[in-house]
Design a protein around this ligand. Structure first.
Ligand SMILES: NC(=O)c1ccc[n+]([C@@H]2O[C@H](COP(=O)([O-])OP(=O)(O)OC[C@H]3O[C@@H](n4cnc5c(N)ncnc54)[C@H](OP(=O)(O)O)[C@@H]3O)[C@@H](O)[C@H]2O)c1
Length: 199
C-alpha cells in the first residue's frame, strides 16, 4: 500500500513507520519535515499536499495540537486553536483526501484517552478527542467507494511521559509501538467506524 503519514517525524509517527514501513510504501509528511510538508490548519495547504502526493491507499494522521490550560484560562481564542488544529485539521484531511484515496482505502485519525478520562487542564483536549471519535462514527456510514475510517485513541505514551507525566498522574502509559499496532489494525484490517482504544 501507499500510505500517507502526517506527523511522520513525531513520537507516534516514528512508531507507525516502525510498524508499517517494512510492509508498505510510506509517504512521510510533517509541518516542517518529510517527503512533503503540510500545515493541516490551512485548507489550501492540505489541498496542495494531496496534489503533490497523488492517489494513496491510506491516510494516517499522527499530528494535531491542543492547548492544555486550566478551564478558567481557556478563552474562546484558545479553544479555536485546538479546534482549528487537531480537530478541523483532521477533518480537512478527510474532506480533501476522499477524492485521493483509492477504492477500499482508509483514513486513520488520532484522538486520545481524554475523550473519556478527564485530567485537569484537559478540557479542550477532551472536547477535541470526543469530536474526532464522533466524526469518525458518522463519516464511516457516508464515505464512498468502500473507503473506511477509524480513530486510534491512546493513553499517554510512555515515550512522552517526561513532558506529559505531571498531567497524567495515576494513568497507565502505553508504548507508542502499541498505539502503532492499532493503526495497523485500522489500515490493514477491514473494520470501519471504530475507535481503537489503546489503554
Ligand atoms: N504523545 C502522547 O502521549 C499522546 C497520547 C495520546 C494522543 N496523542 C496524539 O497523537 C498525536 C501525535 O502526538 P505526538 O506526541 O506523537 O506528537 P509529536 O511528537 O509532537 O509530533 C508531532 C508531529 O506532527 C507534525 N505536525 C505538527 N503540527 C502540524 C501541522 N499543523 N500540520 C501538519 N503536521 C504537523 C510534526 O511535524 P514536524 O516535525 O515536521 O514539524 C510532527 O511530525 C497528537 O494528535 C496527540 O494529541 C499523543
Amino acid at each position: 500500500m501507499k500510505i500517507l503519514l502526517i506527523g511522520a517525524s513525531g513520537t507516534l509517527g516514528q512508531a507507525v513507520i516502525d510498524e508499517l514501513g517494512a510492509r508498505h510504501d510510506i509517504v512521510r509528511c510533517g509541518r516542517t519535515s518529510g517527503d512533503v510538508t503540510v500545515d493541516m490548519r490551512e485548507a489550501s495547504s492540505v489541498v496542495a499536499m494531496f496534489r503533490k502526493v497523488g492517489d494513496v491507499d491510506a491516510v494516517v494522521c499522527a499530528a494535531g495540537n491542543v492547548p492544555f490550560l486550566p478551564l478558567a484560562e481557556l478563552t474562546e481564542t484558545r479553544y479555536i486553536e485546538g479546534l482549528q488544529d487537531k480537530l478541523l485539521g483532521q477533518v480537512r484531511l478527510v474532506e480533501s483526501g476522499t477524492r485521493h484515496v483509492r477504492d477500499g482505502g482508509s483514513f486513520t485519525l488520532i484522538s486520545g484517552i481524554l475523550s473519556e478520562q478527564p485530567i485537569v487542564a484537559g478540557a479542550c483536549a477532551s472536547m477535541v478527542n470526543g469530536a474526532i471519535d464522533a466524526f469518525v462514527r458518522a463519516a464511516a456510514i457516508e464515505l464512498p467507494r468502500g473507503i473506511r475510517i477509524n480513530s486510534v485513541s491512546p493513553s499517554v505514551l510512555t515515550e512522552s511521559m517526561e513532558s506529559y507525566g505531571p498531567f497524567f498522574r495515576g494513568f497507565e502509559s502505553v508504548s507508542a509501538g502499541r498505539a502503532a499496532m492499532a493503526v495497523s489494525r485500522s489500515v490493514e484490517g477491514r473494520q470501519t467506524g471504530q475507535m481503537y482504544k489503546v489503554w
